[in-house]
Design a protein around this ligand. Structure first.
Ligand SMILES: [Zn+2]
Length: 233
C-alpha cells in the first residue's frame, strides 16, 4: 500500500480532504472515512486512474457527508480547550510572554510564546509525556517474558495504535496518552507480547494476559472510542 497525495474535493459546497492510496492487492475501488484526517481515504487498485477514483468518490458524496457528520467533533489545541491526559481532563492555558515550552502546573497545561505555535507545543508536550510513560512500561512488560525491545519509538500514525517490527522495535501512537491508562497498558502489552509471538494466536493472547489485566476492555474501548482520540489537535 502506498500513500499518495491528499486532495481537497468539493461535495455539495463542502471541502473534504481525500487521501489517495494505491493498493496492489485491492480488487476494486473503496472509499472510507478517515477520522485522523477528518476526511476520507480512497483506495485504488492497480490500473485504475486517479480521475476514475475521484469520480467514484463524488458518486458516493451523500454517503460520505453523512458519515463525516457522525465523526466526533474536533477539539483543536487552543487556549481554554480541555484535553484528556491519562484519564484526567486538563485545560490548555496560553500564557504569552512566559516560557515557550509547555509545562503542567496546577491542573493546567501552560504554553508561552506565539499563538501560531501553540498547537505544535501542546502536541510536542503530549509526545514527550507519551514517551516518558510508554518507554518504562514497554521495558517492564517485555521483561515479564525475558525479552528486550530493540528500540521504542513514539509516532504519529494515522491508523495504528502500535506495532512491533521483526527486529523487535516497538512503535506507539502518541495519542495513546489521551486514552485512559488501562487502554494504554493494554496496547503496550499487546506490542510487547509480539516480541515472543509474531501473530494473534491463542498463545499470543495468553502472553498478553500475563502482561495486563485489561486486554478485553482495552480492545473494546479502542474499537468504540478510538476515533475520538484522533479528534484532538
Ligand atoms: Zn498485534
Amino acid at each position: 500500500m502506498t500513500t499518495g497525495p491528499t486532495k481537497q474535493i468539493s461535495i455539495k459546497g463542502r471541502t473534504i480532504a481525500l487521501a489517495i492510496r494505491r493498493s496492489p492487492r485491492a480488487r476494486r475501488m473503496a472509499l472510507r472515512v478517515d477520522s485522523s484526517l477528518g476526511g476520507a481515504e480512497l483506495i485504488l487498485p492497480p490500473r485504475v486512474s486517479e480521475s476514475e477514483g475521484l469520480a467514484f468518490a463524488a458518486s458516493r458524496g451523500a454517503w460520505l457527508l453523512d458519515k463525516l457528520d457522525q465523526l466526533p467533533p474536533r477539539t483543536p489545541f487552543c487556549n481554554g480547550a480541555v484535553i484528556p491526559v491519562q484519564g484526567d481532563d486538563i485545560v490548555i492555558r496560553h500564557a504569552p510572554g512566559t516560557t515557550r515550552t509547555a509545562r503542567f502546573e496546577d491542573g493546567a497545561l501552560i504554553v508561552g510564546g506565539g499563538d501560531n505555535h501553540l498547537a505544535r507545543r501542546v502536541r510536542d508536550w503530549l509526545k514527550r509525556e507519551a514517551r516518558r510513560t510508554i518507554t518504562p512500561l514497554a521495558w517492564e512488560k517485555a521483561g515479564i517474558i525475558g525479552r528486550k525491545p530493540d528500540r521504542i519509538s513514539i509516532r504519529d500514525q494515522r491508523s495504528r495504535w502500535g506495532s512491533c517490527s521483526r527486529t523487535g522495535g516497538l512503535s506507539f501512537n502518541w495519542r495513546l496518552i489521551l486514552a485512559p491508562p488501562p487502554v494504554l497498558d493494554y496496547v503496550v502489552a499487546h506490542e510487547a507480547a509480539h516480541l515472543r509471538e509474531m501473530n494473534h494466536s491463542a498463545a499470543f493472547w495468553s502472553v498478553v494476559d500475563e502482561m495486563t489485566a485489561h486486554a478485553k476492555t482495552g480492545k473494546q474501548w479502542l474499537k468504540t472510542n478510538g476515533a475520538r482520540l484522533h479528534a484532538y489537535g
